[in-house]
Design a protein around this ligand. Structure first.
Ligand code: ZN
Length: 250
């Protein structure tokens, strides 16, 4: 039975601790316990969307224990990345270009030392792109040691849903940056969302990544608007890809 450090006991008892962290810290109250479990072949990971899509894992890399964190651009930033990826005709070239462009989507001055841009395979229409940090777990015993020695810093903040300062580029700003780096990103002229006409469910129709149900542009120009009440419910219509974004990228 692993001893539970007082700060973790307090964290577990707090009503403000999110359930995923209660499960993780209950199973692995110390780094040592997590490393031991990973060494026994257990999958030691916690996914949280507290600030952004975030995963923390303890893994063995070349036999050595490592604490790995991956922060995934979420929401509209992911929409921009993935639609640009789908619009590209060559997935390998698209992946390379996205990995190169990811830091350029962040506000200037974000410290990326020790952080790598990575791609993780998926069974969906596009892989997951993220920012990964790996720290050796050798010599670390408590989670407090880890947090104090290796704070995540600015990156977590700029990817956050509720970022108060600068944040990762989204919408038209992200489309412009991706296009400047050779990726065929396309934005809707009206609603500003990122679009693809190569969504596996809607080939040939411009949709957002999440529009499995078909295009529903919120800024659709509706000639019947105001004539009857149904339209005020905002049912939406086709998107209007911006003409400038339909030009080939350099
Ligand atoms: Zn639109």
């Amino acid at each position: 039975m692993t001893e539970v450090p007082p700060d973790i006991a307090e964290h577990l008892a707090s009503p403000d601790t999110l359930p995923e962290w209660v499960r993780f810290y209950s199973a692995y109250p110390t780094v040592t316990a997590a490393v031991q479990a990973a060494g026994n072949g257990e999958s030691v990971a916690v996914f949280s969307s507290e600030s952004t899509a975030y995963v923390q894992r303890v893994v063995l890399v070349e036999g050595k224990p490592v604490i790995e964190v991956v922060l995934y651009p979420a929401s509209q930033a992911r929409e921009a990345l993935v639609t640009a990826y789908l619009n590209h005709t060559d997935p390998e070239a698209a992946t390379a270009a996205i990995l190169h462009t990811l830091p350029h989507l962040l506000p200037k001055g974000i410290d990326l030392s020790g952080i790598e841009c990575v791609v993780e395979p998926s069974n969906g229409p596009a892989p997951r792109f993220g920012f990964r940090r790996r720290v050796s777990a050798v010599g670390l015993h408590t989670w407090r040691d880890y947090d104090e020695l290796h704070p995540l810093g600015d990156l977590h903040q700029v990817l956050s849903w509720h970022s108060t300062g600068g944040s990762i580029a989204e919408g038209a700003e992200a489309v412009a940056i991706l296009r400047a780096h050779g990726l065929p990103a396309v934005g809707c002229e009206r609603c500003g969302e990122s679009l693809t006409n190569r969504h596996p469910s809607w080939p040939g129709t411009w949709v957002c990544l999440s529009e499995e149900y078909g295009p529903r542009c919120e800024e659709f120009e509706d000639p019947f608007e105001g004539l009857h009440e149904l339209d005020t419910a905002g049912i939406g219509g086709p998107h209007a890809p911006a003409t400038r974004d339909l030009e080939p990228v350099a």
